[in-house]
Write a protein that binds this ligand. Structure first.
Ligand code: FAD
Ligand code: 2HG
Ligand code: ZN
Length: 507
């Protein structure tokens, strides 16, 4: 029988990781040359001063730190200027000027991206949309939200919660990332299994192109087959095709009955059996199926104040969420599923959250994995789609390779701490993480292109949800063929011929 879950005080702030070393400049750590862009002059700054108030123009070194360094402390740029427009019109004026002057620009949201896409590589101007932070409208009947791009994801969700709806995307960085940022990266998150991709839920976008043209495609219609669906090009374009300033998105009704169970399993085969069973037996109420290996759990335990949800240790754990509108019905379904899964020895141990605090605690335990894995110094991240039967083999093979190369150990001279795997297994999406004490070229060479070649051989994707950014700019060929890449380059050329938007990234 499943035990109930003792309430613990697991609360912990999602503080940015502490800095115990300075991050090297990306331009020095990687082989990349500055493009033929103009350099910022005093008269450019004067122009920006004529359209923005002084407090929305940052030039002070200290003020620039946050915008020049990424969340993983892996990439650092040397931008001298951050602009924080408050209106779409101001974004347009800024881009028009930059395009005419040939000044490179990096659009930035909450700066939580995990592929170095939001950070300048050299001295690009950072265009932060943080001040475009207003909800524009909400339709109570259809659930359609229209919002500025800089609204923080959690705030957008809180807003629609007040009307009985839920934002159709959730992820661990929700307290910092923006609605525009998640659209620009086509983030997947924790409930894609239930609510689908942003390519389906986003109904319209307002985008400013590199030359300052404002494209108003902010439709609030569910069905609209008039012409090419151009907004799709910008979803997942990571700031390379335009700056998203407004988003229209369909929000489903907020579930009133939610259950979360946390289970221990003996093998990845059992994880797959549990998934098949959950789909069949929980059916329409299944809203998340997350898996994590024991290595990732040990690291969360080590670096947070939290205790493991299960006292015994198992090779794998699964977090299952059900969401529906009839508590009794959902409870009965979950109970039957869990009883069957234990009788059939698919699951060996587990807990079910008894109230909303315990639900939040279990989710927090899952959501803190990325932060905990970075606490030792740094982390190499690979966010991949792989056919489920082979999915965990990648972690096993990478671990073996690193051990054989002699780079893994418990003492400070060894760069690699461990190899961990977790992710949205319900979506076939694995997060392979290699936490390190310091970033090290030898380790990087052992991992790349090995990981990408491995993925290509099983016809997987080298980027399931985080995007290409700077990290994977040279590797798209492992997942897309020449013809597709050439079409993509054509689109980029058409929309941003001078390539001022987010250079050195993507393709
Ligand atoms: P940024 O990091 O600022 O930017 C990301 C990219 O989008 C950059 O290339 C930038 O140029 C571009 N961009 C940002 N805003 C705009 C805009 N308005 N117009 C045009 N381009 C823009 N991702 C997932 O898919 N699933 C997860 O479960 C998930 N969990 C995460 C958990 C944590 C703890 C962290 C730190 C990150 C996680 N991510 C996840 C990564 C994810 O990509 C980001 O959190 C989020 O999508 C980025 O939003 P942001 O506003 O921070 O964008
Ligand atoms: C998650 O699922 C995020 O928690 C982050 O996508 C994954 O850090 C990672 O590798
Ligand atoms: Zn993820």
């Amino acid at each position: 029988m499943l035990r109930s879950f003792a309430t613990r005080n697991l609360l912990r702030s999602f503080a940015r990781q502490s800095r115990n070393y300075s991050v090297k400049l990306t331009s020095e750590s990687y082989d990349v040359k500055r493009g033929n862009y103009a350099s910022l002059t005093e008269s450019d700054v004067q122009y920006f001063n004529s359209i923005l108030s002084a407090n929305n123009i940052l030039q002070d070194k200290e003020d620039l730190l946050f915008y020049n360094e990424d969340w993983m402390r892996k990439y650092r740029g040397s931008s001298q200027l951050v602009l924080k427009p408050k209106t779409t019109e101001q974004v347009s004026q800024i881009l028009k000027h930059c395009n005419e002057r040939n000044l490179a620009v990096v659009p930035q949201g909450g700066n939580t991206g995990l592929v170095g896409g939001s950070i300048p590589v050299f001295d690009e101007i950072v265009l932060s949309v943080a001040n475009l932070n207003k909800v524009r409208s909400f339709d109570e009947v259809s659930g359609i939200l229209v919002t500025d791009a800089g609204v923080i994801l959690e705030n957008a969700d809180k807003f629609v919660e007040g009307h009985g709806y839920i934002f159709p995307l959730d992820l661990g960085a929700k307290g910092s990332c923006h609605v525009g940022g998640v659209v620009a990266t086509n983030a997947g998150g924790l409930r894609l299994l239930r609510y689908g991709s942003l390519h389906g839920t986003v109904l319209g976008l307002e985008v400013v192109l590199a030359d300052g043209t404002i494209v108003n495609n902010l439709s609030t219609l569910r069905k609209d087959n008039t012409g090419y669906d151009l907004k799709q090009l910008f979803i997942g374009s990571e700031g390379t095709l335009g700056v998203v300033t407004g988003v229209s998105i369909l929000c489903p009704p907020r579930p009133t009955a939610v259950n979360v169970a946390f289970l221990g399993l003996e093998s990845f085969e059992q994880v797959q059996r549990a998934f098949v069973k959950a789909k069949k037996e929980l059916g329409e109420v299944l809203s998340a199926f997350e898996c994590m290996d024991n290595t990732s759990q040990s690291i969360v335990e080590e670096h947070t104040d939290l205790s493991r949800p299960l006292s015994e240790q198992y090779p794998f754990y699964v977090l299952i969420e059900t969401s529906g509108s009839n508590k009794e019905h959902d409870d009965a379904k979950l109970e039957t599923f869990l009883e069957n899964a234990m009788t059939e020895e698919i699951v060996v141990d587990g807990v079910v959250a008894q109230d909303s605090t315990e639900i939040a605690n279990l989710w927090q335990w899952r959501e803190l994995i990325p932060e905990a894995l970075g606490k030792g110094g740094g982390v190499y991240k690979y966010d991949v789609s792989i056919p489920l039967p082979q999915l965990y083999d990648l972690v096993v093979d990478v671990n073996k390779r690193l051990i054989e190369a002699g780079v893994v150990g418990d003492t400070p001279e060894y760069p690699v701490i461990a190899t961990a795997g977790y992710g949205h297994i319900g979506d076939g999406n694995l997060h392979l993480n290699v936490p390190v004490r310091f970033y090290d070229k030898k380790v990087e060479k052992l991992l790349e292109p090995f990981v990408y070649e491995w993925i290509s051989k099983v016809s997987g994707s080298i980027s399931a949800e985080h995007g290409l950014g700077f990290a994977k700019r040279n590797y798209i060929g492992y997942s897309k063929d020449e013809q597709l890449i050439s079409l993509m380059k054509g689109v980029k050329n058409m929309l941003d011929p001078k390539k001022i938007l987010n250079p050195y990234k993507y393709i």
